[in-house]
Design a protein around this ligand. Structure first.
Ligand SMILES: Cc1ncc(COP(=O)(O)O)c(C=O)c1O
Length: 414
């Protein structure tokens, strides 16, 4: 009934975007729709080389596949699951270094998505700058609770990367939501527009990957934008081999029209205010009820601390997955585990190395749900909270090697 599985590709497109779709230019080369999309990305990012991709992970595969491989290391505030999978699939390693405040769910901090700058410099020295495939700042930090990154932190990352001549990329799929938090929480940005804040953040980077399914308000699409010509040439060839020609890269002309329009709509001050406040509304209602959450509430989702809600379920029995099932069975609400199902590993003896947090994400699609839907969700949580001591954990009965949470199968532990 209520689909909080993801905010990716689930936005309602505006009448303007639908009108743009009717005008899509489907020429293989030289499409006007591509020119519109490219110029809106140039204007926003200031990056000279832009490639369309069918979604975010296609850009990840091209860029991180090229820069990765055995012996390479990527460093991030938190790699998103597909980012990590693309890096590890290439043979490289992916290391997360969020600030320590970012891993304590109940702790209040304005920018819990920040990267630990001391650890960043230490890691670059330890691994050797020539072995760093790239440093990736994810804004907002999806796997770390949808928490924002400050401009000061982005500048700090950029300075360190410049000092060691290491590539610095932005995973910018929620750049507008991040800009909202910078304007309202960081000194010196009160009088900037949201778009100016985003432009300043892009200016610091060597490139950016966007899954347009989030802050470009479309159901499908993405892009890769780069500063360096040689790197762009290498990525261009990979794009043509696997995605499509440089003027569509896996997208239809109509999709590109909708992205160009969405990238403008997303910075509308009224929209962003509604978006961030309505997410916070759900979070604050659950917080008042006593549901343990990541605080403060992030931009696109409310994250429940399942380990704190179900302290009787050990991490080996995946408390987050148990909550996901409860939500669906009790209220028809879909959600997703962001904990040891998603990020857990096994050691040499096959013992689970758990994730740092056991979260459940209620991701809110953009421009879709009304307040009465949210009230219904709150009522379902009231029932869940009452019954919390009777819930059992889960065990995995089938799992693939990469991205296991997409297709793993579970049973209840009796
Ligand atoms: C932070 C982040 N990066 C990358 C991606 C991958 O994008 P896509 O699903 O379009 O491949 C996602 C998708 O949810 C994301 O949230």
């Amino acid at each position: 009934m209520i689909d909080f599985l993801t905010d990716s590709g689930t936005s309602a497109m505006s009448s303007n975007q639908w009108a743009g779709i009717m005008q899509g230019d489907e020429s293989y080369a030289g499409s006007k729709s591509w020119e519109r999309m490219e110029s809106s990305i140039h204007e926003l990012t200031g990056l000279p080389f832009v490639f369309p991709t069918h979604q975010g992970r296609a850009g990840e595969r091209i860029l991180y596949g090229y820069l990765g491989g055995e012996g390479k290391t990527f460093i991030s505030n938190t790699h998103f699951d597909t980012t990590r999978a693309n890096i590890e699939f290439s043979g490289a390693e992916a290391i997360d270094i969020p600030i320590s405040e970012g891993t304590i769910p109940s702790l209040i901090h304005p920018f819990k998505g920040n990267m630990d700058l001391v650890k960043l410099e230490d890691l670059i020295k330890l691994k050797g700058a020539e072995n760093i495939g790239g440093v990736i700042l994810t804004v907002t930090n999806n796997s770390g609770g949808g928490q924002p990154v400050s401009m000061a932190n982005a500048k700090g990352v950029s300075d360190i990367c410049k000092k060691y001549n290491v590539n610095y990329f932005l995973d910018c799929c929620r750049i507008a939501e991040n800009s909202y938090f910078v304007k309202h929480r960081e000194k010196g940005f009160e009088n900037h527009t949201y778009k100016q804040i985003a432009q300043e953040m892009f200016f610091l980077t060597d490139g950016a990957i966007m899954s347009a399914k989030k802050d470009a308000l479309v159901n499908m699409g993405g892009f890769l934008a780069l500063k360096n010509k040689e790197l762009a040439e290498a990525c261009k060839n990979l794009l043509i081999i696997t995605e499509g020609f440089t003027t569509y890269g896996g997208l239809s002309g109509r999709d590109m029209e909708a992205i160009a329009i969405g990238l403008e709509e997303i910075f509308d001050a009224n929209y962003l205010h509604y978006r961030i406040k309505s997410t916070a509304y759900l979070g604050e209602r659950l917080h008042k009820m006593g549901i343990p959450l990541i605080m403060p509430i992030g931009g696109h989702a409310v994250y429940i601390d399942a380990k704190a809600l179900y302290p009787h379920i050990p991490v080996e029995q995946y408390p987050g997955q148990a909550l996901v099932c409860e939500l669906y069975l009790t209220g028809g609400i879909r959600s997703v585990e962001i904990g040891s199902v998603m990020f857990g590993k096994y050691d040499e003896k096959g013992k689970l190395v758990p994730a740092s947090m056991e979260l459940v994400r209620l991701a809110i699609p953009r421009r879709v749900y009304t307040q009465s839907h949210i009230e219904f969700v709150v009522e379902v949580f009231e029932k869940l909270f009452e019954n919390r001591k009777n819930v059992s954990g889960c065990m995995i009965i089938e799992e693939p090697k990469f991205l296991r949470h997409f297709t793993a199968k579970f049973n209840t532990v009796s």
